[in-house]
Design a binder for this molecule. Structure first.
Ligand SMILES: O=P(O)(O)OC[C@H]1O[C@H](O)[C@H](O)[C@@H](O)[C@@H]1O
Length: 545
């Protein structure tokens, strides 16, 4: 049945009308127990939903809607490997990547957990060799610099995790420097190559498809740079300086990655869900295999919780359903991700891909056009930095925005560094202050109403605070799995497939069509007046016409 015809949806619509005039300030003054009522803890994460514009009735209706849409059944389909990515005829089994070794999951008669474990062992061998200084470049010197070349899901997850978990680097005899390169125009790579030593640099070419032009162009540039610098033959460079990570072995081999330096994963791992697979090699290099496995365990703990916990305690389900409430019933279509921890700098970019590429769709599983909103516009920044940039709009603009505040409760506590401890306290104070003012507005002040209009804060901007006990590989794994499952919950309610991304394909084809007319001013170009005009101007500026 169409989601908007479900009884839960209809009940939520009238409930939203009844709550329309209710400010968060009223909800707090009516109920002194909001925090106890609307905060939920699972393991190392605590989510406070009390600053959302909800009542206990809202939660009941959301639960009814989740049941109407058979959420429980869909979660089971996800975990057991049903082909729920129907447009690509495959399952989405990122949860299998974090299953313990003693579990089994059969896909077409084959135990994929055994494959996953074998893969982890191969990863561990590579990590060990590099950490021990036994992986040597063409001149015999140990590798000390890693450059991950990838884009989208083959870049954002590992880059985010390496930054987030840099406090957890193991003591190794051969410390590594790590870089991430994604941009198609080569600007990141060009800057980097000027400062790298070719004989000690190892490139990880990460691409699920191994056909992504952005990644292959950067990889080719890197190989040419190595060739010129070393004067060594391709075969030796490929063996000593390139590792490939892909679900496409054939393409990796064609490019020249030697079989021993190939790490595989599977088409049932979506690109934006792949940091748990061999795509996570940079993470394992950064925090060691032990740390990487802790991250997998954290995610697994969230998986088990998502699969088994009842709705009222189910953290990803609540996060997803309260998002549905905001988007479809309170008409809020902007979502800010605000980590109060500089280590989570890349979390907003990661979630932009995870959420908007998964749920930024308007076609239902039945192939019909949705007549309701789906994924909101998501963006974000380290919270304290964003306070000096776009919080003005959050506090006094005309848009309703829902916010996620994400902060660790403990940091620096065992460093003995009181200045840094104080900085953490200051950061938490800002996090709590901002969420409070966004919710309650200037009613937090005694004499607010006497202030001129330009100094008023209207409040009523809903937010969730995600409090992490302490940022570790384990809690980080939980946090990311939380968002993955939240996205899944919303996709079920919206009746869309979150695991494909057809909306990115046409742009790739069109860019290919434009290469020839860009190279050759005499090539036939008959696109549209804007594109033709831009082509002519570029030719003129390049001195080609
Ligand atoms: O890993 P790759 O196959 O190189 O793909 C890299 C990225 O590019 C694609 O265009 C998709 O939009 C992303 O989902 C994907 O993560």
């Amino acid at each position: 049945m169409h989601p908007t015809q479900q009884p839960g949806w209809i009940a939520l619509s009238s409930h939203a009308k009844a709550l329309k005039e209710t400010h968060l300030r009223d909800l707090f003054s009516q109920d002194g127990q909001r925090f106890e009522r609307f905060s939920v803890k699972h393991d190392e994460l605590m989510l406070d939903f009390s600053k959302q514009r909800i009542t206990t009735e809202t939660i009941q209706h959301l639960k009814a809607l989740a049941n109407d849409c058979q959420l429980k059944l869909w979660i089971e389909k996800l975990f057991c490997g049903e082909k729920i990515n129907t447009s690509e005829d495959r399952p989405a089994l990122h949860t299998a990547l974090r299953q313990p070794a003693d579990k089994a999951l059969y896909l077409e008669g084959h135990n994929i957990i055994a494959d996953v474990q074998e893969n982890l062992e191969h990863m561990a061998e590579i990590v060990e060799r590099i950490h021990a200084g036994q992986w040597r470049g063409y001149s015999g010197q140990p590798i000390d610099t890693i450059v991950n070349i990838g884009v989208g899901g083959s870049d954002l997850g590992p880059m985010m995790a390496c930054r987030a978990l840099s406090d957890f680097q193991p003591l190794i005899s051969n410390p590594l420097t790590m870089h991430f390169v994604s941009s198609m125009d080569g600007s990141q790579l060009a800057d980097l190559l000027d400062n790298l030593k070719p004989e000690t640099t190892l490139f990880i070419i990460s691409s699920k498809s191994f056909t992504t032009i952005d990644t292959l162009s950067n990889a080719n540039t890197a190989r040419e740079w190595l060739k010129k610098a070393s004067g060594v033959r391709d075969e030796l460079l490929n063996r000593r300086h390139f590792i490939g990570v892909s679900a496409n072995q054939e393409k990796m081999s064609q490019w020249g990655i030697t079989p021993k330096s190939q790490l595989n994963f599977w088409d049932w791992t979506g690109g934006r869900y792949s940091m748990w697979s061999a795509i996570g090699l940079p993470i394992a290099l950064k925090i060691g295999m032990h740390g990487f496995k802790d991250m997998l365990s954290g995610a697994h703990s969230m998986d088990e919780h998502f699969l088994h916990a009842p709705f009222e305690e189910n953290v990803p389900t609540l996060l997803g359903m309260i998002g549905i409430w905001n988007i479809n019933f309170l008409n809020i279509h902007a979502h800010a991700i605000l980590p109060y921890d500089g280590r989570l700098k890349h979390l907003p970019a990661y979630l932009e891909q995870l959420e908007m590429e998964s749920n930024g769709k308007s076609t239902t599983r039945q192939g019909e056009k949705t007549d309701y909103h789906t994924c909101p516009i998501l963006w974000g920044e380290i919270g304290p930095n964003a306070q000096h940039a776009f919080y003005q709009l959050l506090h006094q603009g005309t848009e309703s925005v829902m916010c996620d505040f994400i902060a660790p409760a403990r940091r620096y506590h065992d460093t003995g560094n009181s200045e840094l401890q104080q900085q953490h306290t200051l950061t938490l104070a800002n996090c709590l202050a901002q969420a409070r003012i966004l919710a309650l507005g200037d009613s937090v002040l005694d004499n607010s109403t006497s202030a001129p209009r330009h100094m008023r804060y209207h409040g009523n901007q809903p937010s969730t605070t995600v409090l992490v006990d302490e940022l570790t590989p384990y809690s980080f794994g939980q946090l990311i799995a939380l968002y993955e499952h939240k996205v899944f919950v919303q996709s079920v309610i919206w009746d869309i497939n979150p695991f494909d991304q057809w909306g990115v394909e046409l742009g790739k084809k069109m860019a290919t069509n434009l290469l020839q007319p860009l190279n050759d001013p005499l090539a036939e170009a008959n696109f549209d007046s804007s594109t033709d005009g831009l082509l002519n101007t570029i030719h003129r500026l390049q001195g080609k016409s």
